[in-house]
Design a protein around this ligand. Structure first.
Ligand SMILES: Nc1ncnc2c1ncn2[C@@H]1O[C@H](COP(=O)(O)OP(=O)(O)OP(=O)(O)O)[C@@H](O)[C@H]1O
Length: 318
């Protein structure tokens, strides 16, 4: 088994609302986050990401299941590993009239981190130039990066960010993404939750996709995309002679009878299920139909995510 930063097994949590209604937030979650790199913890709104993170951090009590962080059972042994964890689960409070640097110095003193760390973490989060400016003048993205800087003061091995780009503009999102990428590249483990794939897809080394508090898929981004069984190719036909429409119809018939799934769209056929693109060209060439263009259609994480979470009320409030 690979070394894991986080492992949960059969984790469960049911909330009881004030009106006595039961809400199953997490139902048997098995999560494995490898050590080092960025792990995207993905799921639609309400799928149980925040609850899972809060259980890991000892902020919410689990009903059942086991959790380990760096092989220590939590929450029982959380004190042994808490020094290695930096987490942003909600917006931290900073003094608006103090500079970013001053805020971090106060925090460093409070947690016993050396003040020399302050300059380093400002650099690590690309706030070096603005450290002297008052916190109140910071953009939302800078405020969020200062929060990340604060968690870095104690040099954590594991960083947990719950929807860190909420409310940020595209530039702010890009900055946070860059920060996460460089933290992962340094060998730290970054667990980042999001319901917006595009934010995480470009930085995540591995992902876990959850729905209704259960694991739907996990692995490297390539594995999760590959595991969806997608292998679509886009095909155009064309020889100098013949009616293109008739050729396309004939090609669709041939490929369908070869067991492939074919959909026509404009001048292209979209063909699913071929083991290899050459199978498509071979089938057609045998019937004297020639391919003028053949492009593999890249399956992206977004489409896999949408497929896996199709019944999860994506993006809606539940
Ligand atoms: N304190 C609570 N009391 C009752 N129900 C809750 C409580 N906290 C969360 N829930 C419910 O538990 C389910 C999971 O919520 P959770 O916040 O963990 O999901 P999430 O994936 O983090 O969603 P989001 O991205 O919207 O934060 C939701 O249906 C939510 O309404």
């Amino acid at each position: 088994m690979p070394d894991l930063a986080i492992r949960t097994q059969a984790l469960r949590k049911t909330y009881r609302t004030r009106r006595g209604r039961r809400v199953v937030a997490v139902q048997g979650l098995d999560l494995e986050v490898p050590i080092g790199g960025v792990h995207g913890f993905l799921g639609p709104n309400g799928s149980g990401k925040t609850t899972s993170i809060r259980m890991l951090l000892g902020l919410v009590r689990a009903d059942a299941g086991t959790m380990t962080v760096f092989d220590r059972v939590v929450p029982e042994h959380l004190p042994e590993v808490v020094g290695r964890i930096g987490a942003i689960v909600e917006s931290p409070k900073f003094f608006p009239a103090f500079s970013g640097r001053k805020n971090l110095e106060l925090l460093a003193d409070a947690i016993g981190a050396p003040r020399t760390r302050v300059g380093e973490v400002l650099e690590e989060t690309s706030l070096g130039d603005r450290g002297k400016d008052r916190f109140r003048t910071y953009s939302l993205g800078m405020k969020q990066r200062l929060a990340i800087a604060a968690t870095l003061l104690k040099e954590p091995d594991l960083l947990i960010f719950d929807e860190p780009t909420n409310g940020l503009d595209p530039a702010g999102i890009r900055e946070i993404r860059e920060t996460m990428r460089s933290l992962g590249a340094q060998g730290r483990t970054v667990l980042v939750s999001s319901h917006i794939l595009a934010e995480v897809e470009q930085v995540a080394d591995t992902v876990s996709i959850i729905g209704h508090g259960r694991l739907l898929a996990t692995g490297t981004v390539a594995e999760v995309i590959g595991g969806s069984g997608r292998s679509t190719v886009k095909v155009a036909l064309g020889g100098p002679a013949g009616d293109p429409r008739a050729q396309q119809e004939a090609a669709a018939r041939i490929l369908t009878s070869a067991g492939l799934t074919v959909r026509a769209d404009g001048n292209y056929l979209y063909v699913d299920g071929a083991e290899h693109p050459s199978e498509v060209t071979r089938q057609l060439a045998q019937q004297e139909l020639y391919v003028s263009e053949l492009v593999p259609v890249r399956a992206d994480l977004e489409s896999v995510f949408l497929e896996l979470t199709a019944d999860e009320g994506l993006g809606g409030d539940r």
